[in-house]
Write a protein that binds this ligand. Structure first.
Ligand code: SF4
Length: 101
């Protein structure tokens, strides 16, 4: 038996471009514990590891989290220094909606 797969867009940016987000504007599902993050240099891990580039460093050295772009892959939670990050899935009805495999 053969199946016909629908063609996927060519590149990662195009495939991610088909992903939709229902952003929870009221509550962030990501909180950086700034004092622990600073003491453990969490920025050196969080900024480069996130595939959606959610994390950045502010001029004052604090870590910013642009949660609206989160793909909910869990990589940052697995890699962050202990105690430096509080992460949970967005509230029901919010978050990423994947449209491609
Ligand atoms: Fe980035 Fe994935 Fe963490 Fe979301 S869960 S902030 S996409 S590493």
């Amino acid at each position: 038996m053969s199946t016909t797969a629908s063609p996927l867009p060519a590149g990662v940016p195009e495939r991610l471009g088909s992903t939709a987000f229902d952003t929870d504007e009221e509550f962030s599902h990501i909180r950086v514990v700034q004092d622990v993050a600073e003491a453990t240099n969490a920025a050196a891990i969080l900024v480069p590891i996130c595939p959606a580039k959610v994390y950045s460093v502010a001029p004052d050295g604090s870590i910013l989290a642009e949660w609206a772009a989160c793909l909910e892959c869990g990589t940052c939670l697995a890699a962050a220094p202990e105690g430096s990050l509080e992460w949970h899935y967005p509230r029901g009805g919010f978050g990423v909606r994947y449209r491609e495999g």
